[in-house]
Design a binder for this molecule. Structure first.
Ligand code: C5P
Length: 395
């Protein structure tokens, strides 16, 4: 099957230029399926796009080109890339808010495919604070915005608002299409969140970890076409659709789940904050308070080291949360745990890591390569990290 681009055309004067974009995408081997918003259909007709693409065009949420099949789900699943071209301020607002008011926005809600936005509108609308905030929200979730150009727009005013060139839009789709296939056929095992080591039925030892980085890695790997086993300690997050979620509590349980999951895996990523120690014995009843007490702890198994021992050829990527001497700490862990690479988080910074929604990482590879993954949303950091790892693995 050809790679499908679901093209959302929204109501800007530039709607006619979506025809050239559709043709150029088809010349590049994509199948283009168009959805027109009601206002787009005031500028261009469904018949025009049907003739150009050779595919049914959807305008209404209840359109059903294949009888008995829900088109919004079928198209959402078939899409390799979603493209909004041109994207009006309203379409951007609806997509940023997660609402669905027509066929395209409904498909976008149901799809895991990456989204490209090509805005076209009056310069004041484009630079308005709500529009810029909406675009920032979409970028944080991984959408790529092909910036409009400066010039004279349809209403006669000057400024940034003209639809980007066909070449720039097609290039962005090609890049997203390449990325969303980078891990096709690969199985990735990801650990996430903290572990909990019981002391008694109501108390435990744990680590600071929200699990966000691991969950975003899972979402990014799925978007790149991988199948994902997400082995998660207790967190307050919803697993991304399509991930095979294995819930665990203790480090021992996490280790068992990982050793099973990696048997047919192509990559293991350890993003979990595993508790280093557990109680020698878990008290069967709640321990009564009676002055100072001593707790005897023993060291937990190192999950990544054991995975390396079980499958020495499996590439393993770890995380290191350091506050000082980052490079030494990272390199020591590569050697000690038999890693392919390690992602270093500077946890002394408050703006990134732990509970934050953003992160910045330095990726150290065993062969000495050092790559900075610039500060961005954890999802975008996950995409950049996986892209580099996949490239280094020659996938
Ligand atoms: O040794 P340290 O805990 O700093 O190493 C962090 C990396 O090792 C992380 O990738 C973490 O998921 C992994 N780890 C593990 N098992 C442990 C401790 C850490 O897999 N017992």
């Amino acid at each position: 099957m050809k790679s499908v681009v679901v093209l959302g055309v929204t109501g800007s004067v530039a709607a006619y230029r979506a025809c050239d974009v559709a043709r150029e995408l088809m010349r590049n081997g994509f199948e283009v399926r168009a959805c027109l918003s009601r206002s787009a259909a005031e500028f261009v007709t469904p018949a025009l796009f049907e003739a150009l693409t050779g595919k049914p065009v959807l305008t209404d949420v209840f359109d059903e080109p294949v009888k008995g099949r829900m088109a919004h789900i079928d198209w959402a699943r078939d899409a390799r890339v979603l493209l909004v071209c041109p994207a009006t301020a309203n379409a951007i607002a609806v997509l940023a808010s997660g609402a669905s008011e027509d066929m395209f926005t409904t498909i976008a809600q149901a799809s895991r495919a990456p989204m490209i936005m090509a805005p076209a509108m009056n310069p004041d609308m484009y630079s308005s604070i709500p529009n810029q905030e909406n675009l920032a929200k979409l970028r944080d979730r991984g959408a790529v915005v092909v910036e409009p150009l400066e010039g004279e727009v349809a209403c006669g005013e000057q400024g940034q608002g003209k639809l980007a060139s066909v070449g720039a839009i097609v290039a962005a789709v090609l890049e997203a299409g390449y990325r969303s296939n980078l891990m096709a056929g690969r199985r990735i095992v990801i650990t996430a969140g903290p572990t909990r080591e019981l002391i008694d039925p109501v108390r435990f030892i744990s680590n600071r970890s929200s699990g966000k980085m691991g969950y975003e890695l899972a979402r990014a790997a799925l978007q790149m076409g991988a199948s994902v086993a997400l082995i998660s300690g207790p967190v307050a997050l919803t697993a991304p659709a399509g991930a095979e979620l294995v819930r665990v509590t203790s480090a021992q349980e996490m280790k068992d789940a990982v050793l099973t999951a990696i048997q047919n895996a192509d990559l293991l990523i350890g993003a979990a904050a595993v508790a280093d120690y557990r109680a020698v014995a878990v008290a069967p009843e709640k321990i009564k308070k009676s002055g100072d007490m001593q707790l005897r702890l023993i060291e937990n198994p190192d999950i990544l080291s054991e995975s390396h021992r079980a499958r020495p050829e499996l590439p393993i990527v770890g995380f290191a949360a350091e506050t000082t001497d980052h490079e030494r700490g990272a390199k020591d862990k590569i050697d000690k745990k038999g890693l392919f690479a390690i992602a270093m988080n500077d946890v002394s910074r408050r703006d990134i890591g732990f509970d934050a929604n953003e992160n910045e990482l330095v990726l150290y590879f065993a062969d000495g390569e050092v790559t900075l993954i610039q500060k961005s949303s954890k999802f975008n950091v996950a995409v950049a990290m996986l892209e580099r790892i996949a490239t280094r693995l020659s996938w």
